[in-house]
Design a protein around this ligand. Structure first.
Ligand SMILES: *Cc1c(COP(=O)(O)O)cnc(C)c1O
Length: 213
């Protein structure tokens, strides 16, 4: 568990070390399953960008005090939760299949607005993991764009025991060839590596809040 400033300093140092502008890296504080006193402490330190894994948990934590915050959905999204998700979140990082894109497009039509989106890529092609297959990325990106939805970039979660750097590099190459600037990659264990490899959004939970119960 570290202060917000300590995490921010590590991000900034990694960015500078890679010749990047630290201001180009957004820190998403991943508050999923954290007790409210820890979340309150991070809010009190000035953090305003938070990430949650589950729509219902995010609603109960944030709906009543949503003003001034930027909320990111970083967990898998079922289509039957999409309506609630687009009503709550500013950014959805986990668009990973054609059917979900179609549902998000319909909701955007209805509402006249859509959260910003990332396409999640299963860079390790792990059978149990969310994210579209590496071979499907370009087609899914084209579909999101074809629907006129606001697409920021690509997101990945490398395999647990793998060196994350090659996965971050691969994601960056996929984003570049698709003309996408956003890269949501890096968690507590590897966010500095991710920043070195070009992350624009790092998702940090336990290093900031402490271990999840
Ligand atoms: C939980 C989670 C995180 C944060 O994980 P930490 O290791 O606690 O930083 C980041 N991204 C996703 C998609 C997560 O589910």
């Amino acid at each position: 568990m570290a202060t917000l400033q300590a995490i921010r300093d590590r991000i900034d140092a990694a960015a500078r070390g890679a010749g990047r502008d630290p201001g180009a890296v957004t820190l998403i504080a991943v508050s999923k399953t954290q007790p409210d006193d820890r979340v309150a402490a991070v809010l009190a330190q000035g953090q305003r960008v938070f990430g949650e894994n589950r729509v219902q948990e995010a609603q109960s934590r944030w709906e009543a005090r949503r003003d001034g915050l930027e909320l990111h959905l970083i967990g898998p999204l079922q289509t039957n939760k999409a309506r609630a998700a687009v009503a709550l979140f500013d950014v959805i990082h986990t668009v990973d299949r054609a059917r979900l894109v179609a549902v998000l497009a319909r909701l955007a039509q209805e509402r006249g607005h859509s959260p910003a989106l990332f396409v999640q890529v299963n860079t390790g092609d792990e059978s149990q993991k969310a994210g579209c297959a590496v071979a499907e990325v370009d087609a899914l990106v084209a579909q999101v764009r074809g629907e006129g939805l606001p697409l920021l970039g690509l997101m990945c979660i490398p395999p647990v025991d793998a060196d994350p750097a090659p996965h971050f590099r691969a994601l960056r190459a996929m984003a570049e060839r698709n003309g996408l600037a956003g890269l949501s990659m890096g968690m507590s264990a590897d966010f500095e590596t991710a920043v070195t490899e070009g992350a624009t959004h790092v998702r940090v939970g336990s290093a900031l809040f402490g271990a999840r119960g």
